[in-house]
Design a protein around this ligand. Structure first.
Ligand code: SER
Length: 355
């Protein structure tokens, strides 16, 4: 079985071998970027590198990035706990090219990693491209040997990625895995695309433009690459789990909730376990990055996340504060990859207990 920790290491090693600088995750509170509430993708720390404002001593990088989507453009809060895939906090594995390689290498790297290193079955894979992106279509045909039916052209914003109202953006190509008939859902672009059967797990963005404002878009100085693979999704595929909440890492947190409440983690109240596990991660990582609960801005979003989790703890019958008791397990699972969690452990515990 490929654990979350093993997948993260394999991804970063693969790109290190291909000349990428391996960098730590940037904080969840973006540095010098008032347009964003929280870091919501791996490319955020490289925004100014893509636009040419900032120069770095490398032209390729790879990261495992902490992300929170709970406020602003990418807001998943209300769905969390009730679907197989939504999270407030998740990790995004990404490789980046700053005017170095472009579509051909990005597709080649992705294909080699998922089929040769991670061992996904080729027959189950399919991709989307932006409707007029003939170049990406032809590259997928050549590199993966896909028939035309496995390369689906999509004309909506699903295949044109942007970080927000402004910032770098471009057409993208998403990689899907067909989990089989046991799950409901149709291929991307079909009426049933929102079902769980076809799981999108990696997005390759061909960064070509910068959005300056509504209707105002300019070309980036050099075409670049930004990819993002949800680690929880690829772990689910590799572990044969149909829900992200059944992967090793999330399961460890959920079992800690079950042990603390004596409520069956797979029974009728399983959504509450999932809410708590997810929100524990968001809360702990936000506190570790300097956010404290308050009544405005980022602190208010954190407060809503914490209180939503605490309401679900009450639904599970907890009479005493529960969340702080779970921090130990989270630190055990994720503290090696994210040492800031270890450093902030006492503050996280105290903040959750007081709230
Ligand atoms: N920025 C893209 C995304 O968030 C790829 O990393 O999907």
């Amino acid at each position: 079985m490929s654990s979350v920790n093993e997948i993260r290491t394999a991804f970063l090693e693969f790109f290190a071998q291909r000349g990428h600088e391996i960098l730590p995750s940037s904080p969840l509170v973006p540095r010098n970027d008032p347009t964003l509430m929280f870091t919501n993708a791996g490319m955020v720390q490289f925004k100014n590198v893509f636009t040419g404002i900032e120069k770095r001593p490398y032209s390729r990088a790879a990261t495992a990035q902490k992300c929170v989507r709970a406020g602003g453009k990418h807001n998943d809060l209300d769905n969390v706990g009730y679907t197989a895939r939504h999270h407030t906090f998740f990790e995004m594995l990404g490789n980046f090219s700053f005017g170095d390689y472009f579509k051909a290498d990005a597709i080649e790297f992705a294909w080699t990693l998922i089929t040769e290193v991670l061992g996904l079955t080729k027959d189950r894979l399919l991709v989307t491209v932006y409707h007029d992106d003939d170049e990406a279509f032809d590259l997928w045909k050549k590199i993966a040997g896909f028939s035309d039916s496995k390369i689906i052209r999509i004309s909506t914003s699903d295949n044109f990625w942007s970080m927000g109202d402004t910032g770098p953006c471009g057409p993208c190509s998403e990689i899907f895995f067909d989990q089989g008939e046991k799950l409901f859902g149709g291929p991307p672009g079909s009426a049933d695309q929102d079902g769980d059967r076809y799981l999108e797990f990696w997005n390759l963005v061909f960064m070509q433009y910068e959005q300056l404002g509504p209707g105002e878009r300019v070309a980036l100085p050099r075409p670049s690459i930004d990819t993002g693979m949800g680690i929880e999704r690829i772990a689910a595929l590799l572990q044969g789990a149909t829900s992200n909440y059944d992967i090793d890492l999330m399961r460890a947190l959920i079992l800690a909730v079950a042990a603390a409440t004596s409520v069956d983690p797979d029974g009728p109240q399983k959504a509450s376990h999932r809410v708590i596990a997810d929100h524990l991660r968001a809360s702990a990582f936000l506190v570790a990055d300097g956010v404290l609960p308050s009544n405005e801005g980022r602190g208010y979003v954190l407060r809503r996340i914490m209180r939503r989790a605490m309401r679900h703890a009450q639904l599970l019958g907890a009479k005493e504060p529960l969340m702080w008791r779970l921090v130990l397990v989270l630190v055990r699972e994720m503290g090696t990859a994210y040492p800031e969690l270890v450093r902030a452990e006492a503050l996280i515990v105290e903040t959750l207990r007081l709230e």
